[in-house]
Ligand binder design. Structure first.
Ligand code: PMV
Length: 339
């Protein structure tokens, strides 16, 4: 019965207020870094991630015939020009699919710091794409999102399609499409996020990737060794092998950061407290109980079994201050109420 229910197309939650969608951030365990040439924002490598229940983004889209231009508000403030352009691109893509000309009013709320290397662009683009898609009356199957929705969300942010799905998800290098990952029953993990610095990052991941492709001597090795990490992670998740997954995750993130350190100019997202957080978990890492990953930002995300989350959180809190204990969550979904 569940199978049928999750696969059926849910009717749009239309109301005078439009459609609201909530999406959790996703954290890559096997990272993507690098893009293929072209306008579709296709990744140079595949990736595998875990979608979290929270934090994330809640976004409302209303197509309103009285508007002469799209409008965008983020956390109660008018969105920056550059962000409005990105939002407009997603709306244009949805309008093209739906055969609509109407402009839209978009209101978004991030419960995660924006552009700080905490994957706000992934949850933001997934929430925006699905809300616009549903507000335009297009059908959605949460277990198998329409490939046109996946494509338009990915054009906004390379990691965003993964937030359309819940739990472990992977993006296929060849197609750029997103797929659920077969997961061992009861494989219940936590991600403890240590917030190691305030404010947005200086270099966008898009720019950093471009520089790595052009200047890092390790870029070719990154591409060549990447598929093996994806295979190892998929196997570990299917078998419920936490230590194998943790080691693969750690290897992938350290390769990615080594690669960008060798950019010209060098790119380093780590802050002093990034190292403090890693040091604080050294013995739990040695015992195979906690493994760390870092994205295009200074924050440290520690993967552990549920029973160890308090212990990991305590260590990280003592070392860096603010910590979020996160659990796997569902993919982007329609919800009631405003952002
Ligand atoms: O989603 P983007 O294009 O900003 O890239 C995100 C890249 C990493 O977070 C560093 C890795 C990943 O796979 O999420």
């Amino acid at each position: 019965m569940c199978e049928i229910e999750t696969r059926c197309v849910v009717p749009p939650a239309h109301s005078a207020q439009g459609v609201t969608v909530e999406a959790g951030i996703n954290i890559a365990l096997v990272k993507y870094w690098g893009k293929r040439p072209g306008r579709d924002n296709l990744p140079a490598v595949g990736s595998l991630s875990l979608t979290l229940a929270a934090p994330g983004t809640r976004t409302e889209v209303v197509f309103d015939a009285s508007l002469t231009a799209d409008t965008f508000e983020l956390n109660g403030e008018p969105g920056a020009e550059e962000t409005l352009e990105k939002v407009g691109g997603v709306l244009d893509d949805v309008r093209a699919v739906a055969g609509l000309a109407t402009r839209a009013r978009v209101r978004s709320h991030n419960s995660v710091p924006t552009a700080a290397g905490l994957a706000s662009s992934a949850s933001g683009m997934a929430a925006l794409g699905l809300a616009a898609w549903r507000a335009a009356g297009l059908p959605h199957d949460p277990a198998a999102p329409d490939v046109r929705l996946v494509d338009l969300v990915r054009r906004g942010s390379g990691s965003a399609p993964r937030s359309l799905l819940g739990g472990f998800a992977r993006i296929d290098r060849a197609t750029g499409r997103v797929h659920p990952v077969e997961t061992a029953p009861g494989f219940d993990l936590s991600l403890v996020v240590a917030l190691t610095a305030a404010g947005p990052k200086d270099t966008s991941s898009r720019q950093g990737m471009r520089d790595s492709e052009r200047t890092s001597p390790y870029y070719a090795a990154w591409i060549d060794t990447h598929e093996a990490d994806l295979d190892a992670a998929r196997r570990a998740i299917a078998e419920g092998d936490f230590a194998a997954l943790g080691e693969t995750m750690e290897h992938s993130t350290l390769k990615m950061h080594a690669l960008m350190l060798a950019n010209r100019p060098p790119l380093r997202y780590w802050a002093p407290r990034t190292l403090a957080a890693l040091d604080a978990l050294a013995d739990l890492r040695a015992a195979g109980r906690a493994f760390c990953t870092m994205d295009a930002g200074p924050h440290v995300k520690a993967l552990c079994r549920r029973e160890d989350e308090e212990r990991v959180a305590e260590r990280l809190r003592a070392a860096v201050g603010e910590v979020l204990i996160c659990h796997p969550g569902a993919g982007a979904r329609e919800v009631e109420g405003a952002p």
